[in-house]
Write a protein that binds this ligand. Structure first.
Ligand SMILES: Cc1cc2nc3c(=O)[nH]c(=O)nc-3n(C[C@H](O)[C@H](O)[C@H](O)COP(=O)(O)OP(=O)(O)OC[C@H]3O[C@@H](n4cnc5c(N)ncnc54)[C@H](O)[C@@H]3O)c2cc1C
Length: 463
């Protein structure tokens, strides 16, 4: 079979589906993308409202692989790409209602009041702690407490996990959620040893660690990225197409979807499913109960994104960083706040500052069942007190993602193993998306190339 005679239908025009479809389209495959919404981007959603640029999903990405720059260049978005302001390097952690800068150098670590002397001394023991047996069933909490001690877990890793996954470290599998961290122990016998040796390896592979990768966005917000990829793919993307079912037939697959209240059908050789796991469950569930179970068990906690604008003159504390994260122990109603207008330009007018706050997540999903007005009020009051702000916000917008970010929980590996088995049993069917191989934008782009290679290898095997 020739490449351009192979038909591929991609389900979902989030960054995972779009970037994979982009490589396939560039390679001459006959592609169609079916997207249920009327715009591309999925979780990457930007709105321009009353002079504010609001990113309701990701506010930035990390340039961890050269592939990101490659795709940005190819889609003509280079001029639009922006990097985080140097001022935003500092990240704060809340402790006893005060913000402490997270130490970024050994000297700063020795000086910081964020950790007690005992906790600092405890770190010296890390290189002498033995390896663990199984990372897939070991929580991040267990791993970090064993290697680095309780205080480091509570005041560094617990808030960090909330910032990345909106997650709870006691439920996430260290090897599934942070494979690179676990690898340091597995390969080098410890984190400190591994960080030193791992830096050498990365230099050779031209990958950047998440700590050193540059943070990027776009002048008009994160959605500019999927928008530009979608523009390149053009009218091969069909919007308003809600896929209901995929069935195997003699010649490949039949995709059933609704469009403008009509039921439609399309035949294809290959299906690339790039929609969230819980949605994919209903689409494939009828054919395979086991797949339904695995897809449906991937936990996506709810997250409320609260976007606030304040007059700068009313803000008591210096805006000299990226924002702050809140350890669970501090008992607040939100997970942390990003100082959006400090990081990237034109997020608010010159005399205004914009902030993005996150509420709920796996730490406190129950909060989102509270009366909304009351919850928003409590969060704003807590935020004002931490930031020393003496006025009400002049701009408040919110969005609740009822299923926000997939959690790579303990035992998640069983799901991943079944997804692989399912793909082997169902030739021509591929599952992708942020519930496999990483949740960050960088990981989604990196995975798009791997999925593209898997698909081409499959088509070559048919030739
Ligand atoms: C609040 C929030 C903040 C985040 N912050 C960051 C950050 O700062 N940095 C970072 O790197 N990552 C961040 N992330 C994670 C990152 O945004 C996501 O992991 C990534 O965008 C997921 O892309 P995706 O294409 O896999 O899935 P999605 O974006 O969910 O895309 C799936 C697409 O499938 C479509 N779809 C669903 N069902 C159907 C159907 N039946 N038929 C057709 N189409 C369908 C959807 O409409 C959607 O467009 C954040 C996520 C959230 C929610």
């Amino acid at each position: 079979m020739k490449k351009n005679s192979m038909k591929i239908i991609t389900l979902g025009a989030g960054i995972s589906g779009l970037s994979t479809a982009y490589w396939l389209n560039k390679d001459g495959f006959d592609i169609t993308v079916l997207e249920s919404k009327n715009e591309p981007g999925g979780s990457m959603e930007t709105r321009h409202e009353e002079g504010f640029l609001v990113d309701y999903g990701p506010n930035s990405g990390l340039e961890t692989v050269p592939l990101i720059r490659q795709i940005v260049d190819e889609i003509g978005l280079r001029e639009e790409m922006i990097y985080a302001n140097d001022k935003s390097d500092k990240r704060y952690i809340l402790k006893n209602d005060k913000l402490y800068a997270l130490p970024m150098s050994p000297m700063a670590f020795l000086k910081t009041k964020l950790f007690s002397s005992r906790a600092k001394l405890r770190l010296l023991a890390e290189p002498f702690i033995g390896k663990s047996k199984d990372g897939y069933y070991q929580s991040i909490s267990e791993f970090v407490q064993r290697r680095l001690g309780r205080e480091f877990l509570d005041y560094a890793i617990n808030p960090f996990v909330a910032g990345v996954f909106a997650g709870d470290p006691s439920n996430l599998s260290v090897k599934s959620a942070f494979p690179k961290l676990y690898r340091l122990e597995e390969l080098y016998g410890g984190l400190i040893k591994g960080m030193i040796k791992g830096a050498r390896e990365r230099k050779q592979s031209s990958e950047q660690s998440k700590q050193s990768a540059k943070m990027f966005s776009f002048k008009t917000g994160m959605q500019a990225f999927p928008n530009a990829i979608a523009e390149k793919i053009g009218d091969k993307i069909k919007y308003g197409c809600d896929v209901q079912q995929v069935v195997k037939d003699r010649n490949g697959y039949k995709v059933l979807y609704t469009h403008n209240n009509n039921t439609c059908e399309a035949s294809t050789d290959i299906v690339l499913c790039a929609i969230p796991a819980y949605k994919a469950a209903s689409i494939f569930g009828e054919n395979d109960g086991e797949l339904f179970k695995h897809l449906n068990e991937v936990y996506y906690p709810p997250v409320k994104v609260l976007y606030l604008g304040f007059k700068k003159e009313k803000i008591g504390r210096a805006l000299d960083g990226f924002g702050f994260l809140i350890p669970e122990k501090e008992n607040k109603k939100f997970l942390g706040a990003i100082w959006s207008s400090v990081i990237f330009p034109k997020r608010a007018s010159d005399d205004t500052a914009a902030f993005t706050l996150f509420v709920g997540g796996a730490r406190s999903p129950e909060l989102l069942n509270c009366e909304n007005e009351k919850l928003v009020h409590m969060v704003i009051e807590e935020f004002k007190s931490i930031m020393d702000i003496h006025d009400d916000p002049i701009f408040v917008k919110e969005k609740t993602w009822s299923k926000a970010i997939p959690q790579y929980t303990l035992g998640y590996i069983e799901h991943e193993r079944y997804f692989e088995k399912f793909e082997t049993m169902n030739q021509g069917l591929f599952l992708t998306g942020n519930y496999r191989g990483g949740i960050s934008i960088g990981d989604c782009i990196k995975n798009s190339e791997m999925t593209y290679k898997k698909i081409t290898a499959y088509t070559e095997s048919l030739a």
